[in-house]
Design a protein around this ligand. Structure first.
Ligand code: PEP
Ligand code: MG
Length: 325
């Protein structure tokens, strides 16, 4: 079975009814890129850049080290898209103590609702500027995109896009070349789904982080064992969030991807295809398995069954029945 899955590497991910699907890889370090290609990924949908910042006992990577890391990833992917998420520090991904904000973070009453992700970056402007400059500089070596984690409010959208523009202008003034870099938003907070028209207006693409979207929609801490039984990707509210986001992004002509664990879980492949999703980003090891399901799927049939599943009070049972999972 492993050998058979490995042979799928060069088979394009196209459904029975001819819909092409993009299968992308989630990576943590540039050295993960070769495994992504090996698995048949057609790009990196999520480079969790915080792993460059973690477990290094105090010394944050400077601009040059980051340029080298992002360039390595871009070059390894050979012209395929590489979506670099700006640091998603905080909550389940803590940093060793090193900045004032980190100290504040250690004492956060509720880290998941505290100074994390884009909030942390905006509170550390010098660090954020270094990262943005590094990504923009690396963009001449491939097809680099920027992804912003945990977007929830217009004010932070404005501040973020201004910071990117400033970094671009600074580099241009210094005669540094930069590529054409698209900027996307992670959809992982219910508020982001509810203000999606605003987000789609300001960003080039969106990527749904189901791990956090489930946590914040259901008010269930994703790292708390005591409530693990309440963490339910099949919850009707979660499915509505997903379906709405995918549908609205497509209607607006903007790319939409799912990069949370649901994208690499074969239990959800048909459902997500039925919602109109055509871009999945996952751990490279999951790609062959998901591709196999895609090759056997008929998106028109799946889309026709979606309304009944979404309307059901127990979507999981209904999906198993209607999608023959
Ligand atoms: C997510 O929240 O689904 C996601 C992809 O980001 P992370 O798991 O890194 O928070
Ligand atoms: Mg997340």
């Amino acid at each position: 079975e492993r050998v058979r899955l490995a042979r799928l590497r060069h088979t394009p991910a196209v459904t029975l009814d001819g819909e092409p699907v993009e299968l992308l890889a989630n990576i943590e370090l540039p050295s993960d890129a070769p495994a992504a290609l090996e698995a048949g990924a057609v790009g990196v949908g999520l480079f969790r850049s915080e792993f460059l910042f973690m477990n290094r006992n105090g010394a944050l990577p400077d601009e040059e080290e980051q340029v080298a890391a992002y360039t390595q990833a871009a070059q390894a992917m050979n012209g395929l898209p590489v979506t670099i998420r700006t640091v998603d520090i905080g909550a389940d991904k803590p940093l060793e103590r090193m900045t004032v904000n980190d100290l504040r973070h250690e004492h956060a009453l509720n880290p998941a609702l505290g100074l994390r992700a884009i909030r942390w970056s905006l509170a550390e402007p010098a660090m954020f500027r270094r990262q943005l400059r590094a990504i923009l500089r690396a963009s001449v070596h491939g097809r680099v995109r920027i992804l912003i984690p945990m977007v929830a409010q217009l004010r932070e959208i404005r501040q973020t896009l201004e910071a990117i523009e400033r970094a671009r202008a600074q580099l241009a003034e210094a005669g540094q070349a930069t590529g054409d870099v698209q900027v996307g938003a992670m959809i992982e907070v219910p508020a982001a789904v509810l203000i999606l028209p605003t987000i789609l207006r300001h960003f080039d693409f969106v990527s749904i982080g189901t791990n956090d979207l489930i946590q914040y929609t259901l008010a269930v801490d994703r790292s708390d064992e005591a409530v693990a039984h309440c963490y339910d990707p099949w919850h009707p509210a979660v499915l509505q969030m997903l379906s709405t986001t995918i549908g609205m992004a497509r209607a607006a002509g903007k790319e939409v991807c799912v990069c949370g664990e649901m994208a690499g879980d074969p239990a959800f492949t048909e459902l997500l295809l039925g919602m109109g999703l055509r871009s999945f980003s996952m751990h490279p090891a999951r790609i062959p398995l998901i591709k196999q399901r895609i090759l056997r799927a008929d998106t028109r049939k799946l889309a026709a069954r979606l309304p009944a599943i979404l309307a059901h009070e127990e979507p999981e049972q209904e999906a198993r029945r209607l999608l023959q999972l």
